[in-house]
Design a protein around this ligand. Structure first.
Ligand SMILES: [Zn+2]
Length: 506
């Protein structure tokens, strides 16, 4: 009897080794990513792929059956603008990401990326995370390589050429295209022509251009003109990332002005898309509001503060030189220091002069978007979803953006149908990236999957508790392995590096 048990045990171990953990997911409502209405089915996963979708599939030998009792099954969500790579090697579970049902993040955003990308990819392949990583290559990163610290000017033709060579090499390594952060000081002094020339290199490898545009406040529509021109002259698909109208001067203009922006691009043959995160407040550095670095010009600073919603709407979650100020608004800090908000701003910039990108000593959360504009972007068919979030960041988007779209905007407020929301966070994003085997529930596709309850799914992260995990997402699978089951991370790390232009792996 004992020998028989041992034999059975050995067979089980061996079969797991040979077949991987094949799974039959029973009784799910399948949102397949196409945007069509859901249907009831069972889904079979063999190894890392979806092997069958059908009614009443019978369990096969060596198959683990998981009955989901009618919950929804969707392709794993794709985050089109993420900073979750920062600190990933200290947090390989990436719970903030996986528990949202996000299985792939696109990093290297706002003009800053890991460099060289090959080194980051190799490290990730040696020490995989729970989630998949894809990356853009950052424009400011290229500038830093070529122009060193002399960044507050336009690049010369020779420097642009050198950047193109580096960009070409990084695209070969698997980058999906070029990212820029033209509102940040290391990218801001680039001319439109510099961006067009670099975009041509991205286009030559089938990549695209994604941009935190030059001005997201009162001059935002000039920025949309600029990105459309970059798309037209660079002959490259373009994406306005974390799209927002972030100044009272442009509030409520999404409905009236955005259709014209998209139509003009279409007329000019430009593939213009965008991504959005579902919040009326952003999170960045204080420097971003005075883009030309004229930080000690009182008139410009006063205009910048007003243009971003005023000192009462700029909350400082982090200020290293005086940690007691963290959590106060710029208005409150000015009152505490008995100075004007303009003077308080200048004092904070001066005290943090030596900070570097990625190692900021100050941060700001600015509440300067209007809810009706955010909703318009969420509903628009040319807009995908992103978090712009980080692991353990100060903004709740890092742990809540995707369930917030599903629970708050789709279910509670009917801003868009659930199947459309899922399409925009799966298949549409996969197509933007040119991924041929992700973003859909179909036979042969990679088994990146999320099980959620449409009746309860919701974000719970807030500014007070930015890491609070969402509700209603019990199970998440990456490449055929569960990374979340029953709402808890499994500490499996099946995440992969997804390189641009590589044939679907078998
Ligand atoms: Zn940004």
């Amino acid at each position: 009897m004992k020998r028989r048990l041992l034999w059975l045990f050995l067979v089980l171990v061996a079969s797991t080794f040979v077949y991987g953990s094949d799974v039959l997911i029973k009784n799910v409502l399948v949102y397949d990513g196409s945007g069509k209405k859901p249907f009831k089915a069972d889904v079979r996963v063999k190894g890392d792929r979806i092997a069958a979708i059908g009614k009443n599939l019978a369990a096969q030998a060596n198959e683990v059956v998981r009955d989901e009792h009618g919950l929804a099954l969707a392709p794993g969500f794709i985050d089109m603008h993420s900073h979750h790579d920062s600190g990933i090697f200290e947090d390989l579970d990436a719970e903030a990401v996986s528990r949202q049902g996000v299985t792939t993040v696109l990093v290297g955003q706002d003009g800053e990326s890991n460099f060289p990308l090959g080194d980051f990819f190799t490290r990730l392949e040696k020490t995989p995370a729970a989630i998949n990583f894809a990356s853009m290559i950052g424009h400011a990163t290229l500038r830093e390589q070529v122009m060193s610290k002399d960044l507050y000017r336009a690049a010369t033709p020779e420097e642009i050429k050198r950047m193109q060579e580096l960009l070409g090499r990084e695209l070969q390594a698997g980058a999906f295209g070029l990212s820029s952060g033209l509102e940040y000081e290391n990218g801001h002094f680039a001319t439109t022509e510099e961006m067009i020339e670099l975009s041509k290199t991205a286009a030559a490898s089938g990549g695209f251009y994604i941009s935190h545009v030059r001005d997201e406040a009162s001059k935002v529509f000039d920025s949309y003109e600029e990105i459309t021109r970059i798309g037209r002259e660079g002959k490259v698909p373009v994406e306005i990332t974390h799209i927002k109208l972030a100044s009272p001067t442009v509030w409520h203009m999404a409905k009236t002005c955005m259709p014209g922006v998209f139509e003009k691009a279409k007329r000019e043959g430009v593939d213009l898309k965008a991504d959005v995160y579902p919040y009326t407040y952003w999170h960045s550095t204080l420097r971003v509001i005075v883009t030309d670095r004229d930080f000690f010009n009182p008139e410009k600073v006063a205009h910048a503060i007003a243009d971003n919603g005023g000192a009462a709407n700029l909350m400082i979650p982090k200020y290293t030189p005086e940690p007691a100020m963290a959590g106060k608004t710029l208005e409150q800090i000015a009152a505490a220091w008995k100075v004007t908000p303009v003077e308080a701003y200048m004092r904070m910039i001066k005290a943090t002069e030596n900070e570097k990108p990625g190692e900021e000593q100050e941060e700001v959360i600015g509440t300067s978007m209007s809810e009706d504009d955010v909703r318009w972007f969420i509903a628009n068919p040319r807009v995908m979803f992103s978090s712009d979030g980080s692991l353990h960041g100060a903004h709740p988007r890092g742990a809540g953006a995707f369930p917030r779209v599903l629970g708050r905007y789709a279910r509670e407020e009917h801003v868009l149908p659930l199947e459309t929301a899922i399409h925009k966070m799966t298949m549409m994003s996969a197509e933007q990236l040119g991924l041929k085997d992700r973003g859909r529930i179909a036979e042969g596709y990679v088994a990146d999957l999320v099980v959620f309850d449409p009746a309860t799914v919701i974000d719970q992260s807030t500014i007070q508790h930015p890491d609070a995990p969402p509700k209603g997402i019990p199970d998440v699978m990456v490449s055929g392995a569960w990374v979340v089951t029953d709402g808890k991370v499994t500490s499996a790390h099946p995440g992969r590096v997804i390189r641009h232009g590589t044939a679907p792996s078998k």
